[in-house]
Design a protein around this ligand. Sequence first.
Ligand code: AMP
Length: 280
Amino acid sequence: MKILHTVSELRGWSRAARQEGKLVGLVPTMGALHAGHASLIRAAAERCDAVAVTIFVNPTQFGPNEDYARYPRTFEADCALAEAEGADVVFAPAVEEIYPEGATTFVEVEGLSDRLDGQSRPGHFRGVATVVTKLFVAAEADLAFFGQKDAAQVAVLRRMVRDLRLGTEIVVCPIVREADGLALSSRNVYLNAEQRRQALALSRAIGAVESLVGHGRRDREELFEAARAVLGAERGLRVDYIALVDWATLQPVETAAPGTLFAVAAWVGETRLIDNAILA
Ligand code: AMP
């Protein structure tokens, strides 16, 4: 597996692969890879002939008081995992490679980027849309793999790809969880044992809502009440949002339909966690 650092190296690799008739897959990550990322790389290796994993902690998607500086960085282990799961190259650019000095160009997905996580984290989705555009332009991939874990991000990126008529198709992979239900996240390393236990309330809340929907209960307030009861029972956990929205528009809906997104975000200590389900 090769490690590439510049956009022109990545583009050269991708063009050479396509010239050989290969289908090129891209897996954008911020590193600190875990089994959730591994599932994306595996999915890419299954569907594509040439796979690039990008490892880039993107400064523009972090707010001024967020964890950019202390975000976990585990490059060696990441490369080993990427290779084991079938990556052909890792693209690990320096910040100046992605944001040349004085860069003032950004991508704004209006109407979506200020919803859910975008409401709690102003500017977050502008940073995400901008870096993903840059990665798509650099990699010229056929397919790009993202996790449903970041469901609002998927909505923003799908709209962006459609609006800009980008040539890369987005593939969404299911949420990978620990045996006890906790959704895997690079930020889980911030949790101490007690906080990790508290964090289980997120997946329990999701489960409670899915179970209600399974019994035909689809009313927004009833679903929210169930989620609030589970989350509220966990002292030390602070709800950021509970949302029932159309997955494409991120607009609130009154009644859950098949494909509706139910999402929660909560603070456990200094750590903000998210989880969701696409309802049946
Ligand atoms: P990140 O490194 O956190 O930016 O995540 C990179 C990609 O991995 C995103 O598309 C995430 O949605 C995806 N991802 C993160 N956690 C999980 C998970 N538990 N299951 C599936 N995909 C995930």
